[in-house]
Write a protein that binds this ligand. Structure first.
Ligand SMILES: [Ca+2]
Length: 513
């Protein structure tokens, strides 16, 4: 079948290309011993090596030299970790961190592929809440910490092996996606290829969350229990599944579904299968996002579909354990605090540059001006990617279409505006592609095809000029693949060819609707 051939030849070409590359590649061995004093002598100015030890192989992780250290920035020190494998693939790989940073990422994935692999805690400790009032630490979290450690790690890698890396890549999701977008926008020469997963947008996202929590926690009759979110999820999937042209249990085109939450409004008293007026208000706020007084969208609402499940709204918005009532009638999360709330309440103090600031009193139009300076440091919103494009950099953005933490509509809007800024869709596609992942929650989870290998796609693009088209994705239940599906570069969608299993990627093609 033609479609099958297209997809498998694209995938086959990728495999052959990477196979040929492996043969051509000269795996390099270290030129220096794994020792603190030697590495310190080889380190760039401002970089301090605190530890270096040889780590024996475990599982897929090869024998490598683990280097710990920090880089001095004006007013701060930024910790990093570097893993230098004995059998080096000649390339450099930097992994981002989620949440508010404050801890190192896991180097395992990069090391197992032979990369010199690096990560940073972005300049503060997760256990130390005082960093939020320290301007130097905020700047390092915002973007500077990733840049200085990326540069230092690259220099150390070159010294260790006696030659520079052939290529440098960044990969991160969530806050790691935000780090990725900051690198693309502010430090275009750091990396040849960058993967930005479900990228956090900084201020707009936190402002949107604050407004959602203001409604959700206003009173006990506005709170959404898990059972009602599951009920809502069933209703949205039933209403929106076929808006993408295929009844397959996946909402792949939520933007084309005109689901009306009002259809779930309780006719009389509250009941398990309906939403009260206040709950309806909460749901509309979640879907609607935040608009400025002039009507402009500031924070994107969340798409309809797949609100339920363990990694859905209950993890990010409503919490697995309901909040307790405070004396004033409002609600407070006390146990199993939803991740979105945890990040918001802390981030808000940071965004307002005021440790006593309370998100409950936040008003979008009134409070935006005071967030401006910090927004500049934290939000990767610059659409002028000419510098990255012109130096030959490649960018892959992916975003779960059912992400309940950071709206995928923000990534769609960014990509659309960026395409305009660089001369149109064609120009944008020559160096940057966006993949929306149906039914995937935040960075993982959900019922959609949520496992895929963007790094191989990026390597083929950077090293062999083979631009990614359909990216094969799969979904597993109990460790067994039960569905494969191509992910398509936006604005294309995976369209069923009309015959064969709807659970097999070969029966879909990427096309624009
Ligand atoms: Ca569908």
């Amino acid at each position: 079948m033609k479609i099958h051939r297209l997809l498998s030849s694209a995938l086959g070409a990728g495999l052959i290309a990477s196979g040929a590359h492996l043969l051509a590649q000269t795996h390099a061995a270290p030129a220096l011993p794994c020792a603190v004093d030697v590495l310190q002598k080889a380190a760039p100015a401002g970089t301090t090596i605190t530890a270096a030890k040889l780590v024996e192989p475990t599982g897929t992780q090869p024998r490598h030299c683990q280097v710990d250290g920090h880089v001095a920035t004006p007013g701060n020190e930024v910790d990093f970790q570097l893993g230098l494998p004995e059998q080096w693939n000649g390339k450099y790989y930097f992994v981002g961190v989620g949440g508010l940073g404050g801890r190192l990422g896991n180097l395992g994935a990069g090391l197992s592929r032979g990369y010199a692999s690096a990560t940073t805690d972005t300049g503060h400790d997760a256990d130390d809440a005082t960093w939020i009032s320290n301007q130097a630490k905020v700047l390092d979290y915002g973007h500077r910490g990733t840049h200085v450690t990326a540069v230092a790690g690259k220099a150390l890698t070159a010294s260790f092996y006696g030659r520079p890396s052939e290529h440098a890549y960044f990969n991160g999701c969530s806050n790691g996606g935000r780090q990725a977008m900051m690198e693309v926008q502010r430090y275009p020469t750091d990396f040849d290829g960058i993967i930005a997963g479900d990228p956090a947008t900084g201020t707009p996202m936190q402002a949107g969350r604050a407004l959602v929590f203001q409604k959700l926690l206003a009173s006990s009759d506005s709170y959404l229990p898990i059972a009602k979110v599951e009920m809502l999820s069933k209703a949205t999937v039933a209403a929106c599944d076929e808006a993408d042209g295929l009844k397959d249990g996946l909402v792949s085109a939520p933007q084309r579904c005109n689901f009306k939450p009002e259809t779930l409004k309780c006719a009389g008293a509250d009941a398990p299968d309906c939403l009260t007026a206040r709950q309806l208000d909460v749901v509309k706020q979640i879907y609607g996002g935040a608009k400025l007084a002039n009507g402009e969208t500031y924070s994107y609402g969340f798409p309809v579909g797949h609100e339920g499940g363990a990694t859905g709204w209950q993890t990010w918005i409503i919490g697995a354990v309901p909040p307790a009532a405070a004396a004033d009638g409002t609600l407070n999360f006390t146990q199993r605090v939803p991740s979105g709330f945890q990040l918001s309440s802390e981030n808000f103090k940071l965004l307002q540059n005021d440790p006593s600031f309370n998100w409950r009193t936040f008003k979008l139009d009134r409070d935006l001006p005071r967030m401006r300076a910090l927004s500049e440091m934290l939000s990767p919103l610059d659409v002028d990617l000419y510098p990255y494009k012109n130096r030959g950099g490649k960018l892959l953005i992916y975003h779960g279409l059912a992400d309940p933490a950071i709206s995928p509509y923000g990534s769609v809007d960014y990509y659309t505006r960026m395409a305009k800024a660089v001369g149109g869709q064609k120009e944008a596609e020559s160096f940057a592609k966006l993949y929306l992942v149906p039914g995937m929650h935040h960075c993982r989870g959900g019922v959609g095809p949520n496992e895929f290998d963007m790094l191989t796609e990026l390597e083929n693009w950077v090293e062999h000029k083979t631009a990614p088209t359909a990216v094969l994705a799969s979904h597993k239940t109990d460790d067994k693949v039960d569905r494969t599906r191509p992910l398509c570069p936006y604005p294309q969608e995976a369209v069923y060819v009309g015959s064969g299993s709807i659970d097999e990627a070969k029966n879909f093609r990427c096309q624009s609707r």
